[in-house]
Ligand binder design. Structure first.
Ligand code: SAH
Ligand code: SF4
Length: 355
């Protein structure tokens, strides 16, 4: 299951008798050059390249499907060594003001195959958890997506399949490789972990040294509403979750984001908007409002545009927190987490039996 190189940070690479300076050359090829073929690493002796090719794999996965949408959001389906499928989504965005515009690439990364949390609206959790991803499978998504994109990736969001905080033993070493200037060199401030609210893990994460960003999937202002769609709320109710967020903010001196998907008739009434705004004020948090992205086979819907705007207006009234309404890109390619995999499994009985 392990990818022999990527599952260990390069300081810990151990390829038998291969000397340190050769390991540095290897690191340079893989992380700086994005070269994933032994025979192209031309400054290594042929005998070493042959030896490496016989004994070691660089990546623990391969691309089996890529889908692009009209707005050029791109979705990748990766097949892991044991046949499991995971996905990553590449989302371009043009940012900038006063005529200075820059295009930035955001990659949405998976951390598990499936998910044990079982939020009722989510495609990733439908089949439960198959397994955690290894460090190499997490880093591999970024390396391979960067090659597909043919450019650097500016932002990473851990909002693909799985609950990142339920896989910290593999995730934290992956973050080390992703953040290190000797690895992928992505700045901590450009990396966001999203969690369904595992309160004790949020507190644990507060001691991770790098200044990564944290987003909380709140999706309900009170226990009754949140519990309708997020069974995890029974274990970690809203108040306990908010307390954990406060501990994180206090330790990190860092603003967090509250994510709130809007589902018709479930959490879109104005009372919830008031509660959401009050939680955001308490935490001095930003809010991302995301109209629900329909999942095949599930009965949830996004509210009308009228209701979405009424909800937004309510959140913004009074002493307004910073709130963004995200009409997401990639709607037409099933960009919400777990959906491409779901389709692949439904379309292809062979893929489904591999699960
Ligand atoms: N497990 C983590 C991260 C992955 S999910 C978490 O739950 O935060 C990333 C985000 O996508 C979460 O906010 C999740 O609630 C949201 N999401 C899942 N399915 C969705 C859908 N069908 N439409 C819109 N957002 C969805
Ligand atoms: Fe898991 Fe996140 Fe989906 Fe909930 S929303 S089932 S935690 S991936």
């Amino acid at each position: 299951m392990t990818s022999l190189l990527l599952d260990h940070s390069f300081e810990k690479w151990n390829l038998g008798s291969v000397p340190k300076y050769r390991l540095e050359q290897l690191r340079h090829w893989i992380f700086d050059q994005g070269c994933l073929h032994w025979d192209e690493m031309t400054n290594l002796p042929k005998s070493l390249r042959d030896d490496l090719a016989r004994n070691w794999d660089i990546l623990p996965m391969e691309l089996i499907r890529s889908q692009g949408s009209s707005d050029t959001t791109q979705k990748f389906l990766w097949k892991l060594r044991d046949g499991q499928l995971i996905e990553s989504v590449l989302i371009p965005a043009t940012e900038g003001t006063q005529g200075v515009r820059a295009s930035r690439m955001t990659l949405c990364v998976s951390t598990q195959v499936g998910c044990a949390i079982g939020c009722k609206f989510c495609a990733s959790g439908l089949d439960g958890l198959k397994r955690n991803l290894s460090t190499g499978e997490i880093v591999g998504q970024v390396l391979l997506a960067r090659i597909q994109a043919k450019r650097r990736i500016d932002n990473l969001v851990f909002m693909g399949m799985g609950e990142p905080l339920a896989n910290l033993p593999a995730l934290l070493p992956a973050l080390d490789q992703i953040l290190s200037p000797k690895g992928l060199g992505i700045g901590a401030r450009h990396l966001t972990l999203s969690t369904s609210g595992l309160a004790p893990k949020i507190v644990e994460l507060a001691s991770y040294p790098a200044q990564i960003r944290l987003a909380i999937s709140l999706h309900g202002g009170d226990d009754e509403t949140r519990q309708k769609i997020m069974p995890i709320n029974k274990r970690f109710p809203v108040e306990e979750l908010l307390n954990a967020c406060e501990a994180f903010i206090q330790a990190r001196k860092k603003m967090i984001t509250l994510e709130y998907i809007l589902i018709e008739g479930v959490n879109d009434d104005l009372k919830q908007a008031e509660l959401l705004a009050s939680h955001a004020r308490r935490l001095n948090a930003k809010i991302n409002l995301i109209p629900y992205n329909r999942v095949e086979g599930l009965h949830w819907n996004r509210p009308s545009i009228h209701q979405i705007h009424a909800f937004l207006k309510k959140v913004e009234s009074g002493s307004p927190p910073r709130v963004t309404l995200r009409m997401e890109k990639g709607h037409d390619i099933d960009a919400a987490c777990g959906q491409l995999r779901l389709r692949e499994m439904n379309d292809s009985p062979q893929a489904a039996t591999l699960m």
